[in-house]
Design a binder for this molecule. Structure first.
Ligand SMILES: NC(=O)c1ccc[n+]([C@@H]2O[C@H](COP(=O)([O-])OP(=O)(O)OC[C@H]3O[C@@H](n4cnc5c(N)ncnc54)[C@H](O)[C@@H]3O)[C@@H](O)[C@H]2O)c1
Length: 257
């Protein structure tokens, strides 16, 4: 799908990858841009630099707020062509991390995609066209060695995206899942020494470029770091060997746990 003349919603648009997508989609000629974030002022600041983009405070962990975002976007711009469910959080910790962190990650990193799909996918299918771009992570294909909450929630996000692609693909609704490794954003500030950065840190603009290309080709998996494709194959080829490798990575990141 080409972004030109499309109505696009982006969550987590106040910073990082969401902001990068907003700027790139404006440059690609989106007709309407709705920028949502729990940080409503941050989203408004991004929107202010992007013509007639509109901003809205929205907690994607709250289904009623996602529904309100969709209703307001459609009131202003008409039917939504592209919903980028991108907001996410990273809470570090092992299996003993607090339930509250695991639950928050579950709601923001996984359930938000469910709420978005419920709100827009049936309408897209009825029109025979639409695009769901869900930001997961390479951690959803591999693992995040220092976060159980992130690993579990991002794996769930990919499983859900696969479900959506199988259900809605035949009805004209495209689904892509965005799975970067290290990207220089607020989420990763101060984590430059971690393994996800060993393969090269990308800027949000690089990720936006990969998204525009991936959407043009309507590819399910969008991997801005090509090496992730290799890791994915290694995991599929020999799970035990891959796990031994992940144990070494884990040891290098948190040697004392
Ligand atoms: N930065 C990376 O290295 C990296 C790698 C893989 C995947 N990701 C994913 O990319 C997405 C964007 O993250 P980023 O790196 O741009 O980080 P970021 O922290 O710069 O941006 C995330 C945005 O989401 C917003 N947000 C958080 N909770 C929210 C909620 N409940 N409702 C609405 N908005 C909320 C934040 O306010 C922030 O503006 C996330 O899903 C993240 O997991 C990031």
């Amino acid at each position: 799908m080409d972004i030109k003349d499309k109505v696009v919603v982006i969550t987590g648009a106040a910073s990082g990858i969401g902001r990068g997508l907003a700027e790139r989609f404006r440059a690609e000629g989106a007709k309407g841009l709705a920028l949502a974030d729990i940080d409503g002022d941050g989203a408004a600041a991004v929107a202010a630099g992007l013509g007639d983009a509109f901003a809205m405070a929205c907690d994607v962990a709250d289904e009623a707020q996602v529904q309100a975002l969709v209703a307001e976007t459609e009131r202003r711009f008409g039917p939504i062509d592209v919903f980028c469910s991108n907001a996410g959080i990273l809470r570090l910790g092992d299996e003993d991390q607090p339930d509250a962190d695991i639950e928050a990650s579950w709601r923001v990193n996984a359930m938000s995609h469910v709420y978005a799909a419920r709100a827009v996918a049936p309408g897209m299918a009825a029109r025979g066209s639409g695009y769901l771009l869900n930001t997961a992570s390479a951690a959803g294909i591999l693992i995040q060695v220092d976060s159980v909450a992130y690993t579990m929630s991002k794996h769930a996000a990919i499983g859900f995206a696969e479900f959506l692609a199988a259900k809605y693909g035949p009805r004209g609704v495209r689904v892509s899942v965005l799975c970067p490794q290290g990207v220089r954003t607020g989420m990763t500030a101060g984590r430059g020494d971690k393994p996800a950065f060993a393969d090269g840190v990308l800027e949000p603009e690089d990720v936006a470029e990969a998204v525009v290309r991936g959407m043009a080709e309507e590819r399910f998996l969008i991997l801005p770091h090509e090496i992730v494709e290799t890791y994915m194959r290694r995991k599929a080829d020999d799970r035990d060997r891959w796990l031994r490798g992940m144990a070494r990575v884990r040891q290098s990141v948190v040697p004392d746990r």
